[in-house]
Design a protein around this ligand. Structure first.
Ligand SMILES: NC(=O)c1ccc[n+]([C@@H]2O[C@H](COP(=O)([O-])OP(=O)(O)OC[C@H]3O[C@@H](n4cnc5c(N)ncnc54)[C@H](OP(=O)(O)O)[C@@H]3O)[C@@H](O)[C@H]2O)c1
Length: 330
């Protein structure tokens, strides 16, 4: 079966709730944990117990509501209660990110896994972030890049004493990277003001390749420090991410949408499975819990540096993200 169909109709998941290892005092951040796939991941970890989970999102009331919902319905099975906390951050506004990271760093002395899960799709044409970036690129890449950068010192510090390959940054991509988007994955020319493409699938795809570039470049920049950085496609799930698509498109995709819980399995595997190690840094996981069998060749070329015979597109993208976010570091 080709890579396209095997992601659309994946084999059965093998790493599920019953495979979650002891969480024993670990601290997690799940961005977008108040809805969809992120919410399902929060519930799975909460039920295991013995950990602290930060739900990072833009709406204090939506996060409080899901914390109350989870605490009322799903008692943890571990020896001590799971702590659920909120972290307010809007990835569409770079000025909110340092405050969120500072708040987290004031409360915690370790960070085990950062799941960069929050994201948008099908944003209205011409929509931008507060700072004027194309909306998908801003929310899905620039905001998470800055957030990760600010948390990186604590991740690296935690990795010094934690068991090997347990400290991780997980980016979230999509199957769309296989089907559409700019040649080489991301076009920086398209990010210039006034040059944003009007095709929402195109701009979403570019941002999701951007997530892969960020995972790969973070891996290259921290290799040897014990951090695992990978990206994953959670699958095609029935969440509110699909709300903006046309009724016809919804009808066509409906038979291939799985319940949101299934989407959390690849995130869970990428974040916690012993099968995933620093050796897999920069790789792209697909549902449920496998490495991509046949990634796009032009994107693979971008992931390689010029010295390695590639185009160096991912490194250029990283540098662009650094440039766009540097004014918001503190
Ligand atoms: N569903 C799918 O079929 C599918 C397929 C491939 C990839 N993905 C990816 O999976 C991830 C999760 O998507 P989902 O399907 O669970 O979608 P979802 O139900 O719409 O959840 C998205 C989450 O991201 C948060 N978010 C959106 N914009 C934000 C912002 N500006 N600042 C902070 N948080 C923000 C949302 O918060 P609010 O509740 O406040 O909006 C929500 O918690 C995304 O990265 C998406 O691209 C999904």
């Amino acid at each position: 079966m080709g890579a396209f169909w095997s992601q659309l109709l994946p084999p059965r998941p093998t790493f599920t709730e019953s495979n979650i290892p002891s969480l024993d005092g670990r601290v997690f951040i799940i961005t977008g944990g108040n809805a969809g796939i992120g919410f399902e991941l929060v519930k799975m970890l909460y039920r295991k117990g013995d950990c602290t989970i930060y739900i990072a999102g833009r709406s204090a009331s939506r996060i409080s509501a899901v914390i109350a919902d989870i605490e009322a319905t799903a008692p943890p099975t571990g020896t001590s209660a799971t702590q659920l906390k909120s972290l307010i951050v809007d990835f569409a506004d770079l000025t909110t990110i340092s405050k969120a990271a500072t708040s987290f760093l004031a409360q915690e002395s370790r960070l085990d896994v950062l799941w960069n899960n929050a994201g948008i799709a099908q944003a209205p044409t011409d929509s931008t972030t507060v700072q004027g970036h194309e909306a998908h690129m801003g929310v899905n890449c620039l905001g998470p890049h800055l957030f990760t950068k600010l948390l990186l010192p604590l991740l690296l510090q935690t990795a010094k004493t934690a068991p090997s390959s347990t400290i991780r940054v997980i980016y979230t991509s999509s199957q769309i990277v296989d089907t559409t988007g700019p040649p080489d994955g991301v076009s920086l020319a398209e990010q210039l003001p006034g040059q944003h493409p009007t095709d929402k699938n195109w701009t979403y795809s570019a941002s999701k390749v951007g997530n892969w570039f960020l995972a790969s470049e973070l891996d290259k920049r921290t290799r040897g420090d014990g951090l695992v950085c990978v990206v994953q496609n959670p699958g095609n799930l029935n969440t509110k991410a699909w709300d903006p698509v046309s009724p016809l498109a919804k009808m066509l995709i409906a038979p291939f949408l799985y319940e949101a819980r299934m989407g959390a399995y690849t995130e869970l595997w990428a974040g916690l499975s012993e099968e995933v190690t620093t050796q897999h840094g920069g790789r792209f996981a697909v549902p449920w819990e496998r490495w991509h069998p046949d990634p796009r060749k032009d994107v693979l070329e971008s992931l390689k540096t010029r010295e390695e015979g590639g185009t160096g597109g991912a490194a250029e993208f990283w540098d662009w993200c650094e440039e766009q976010t540097k004014a918001y570091v503190s």
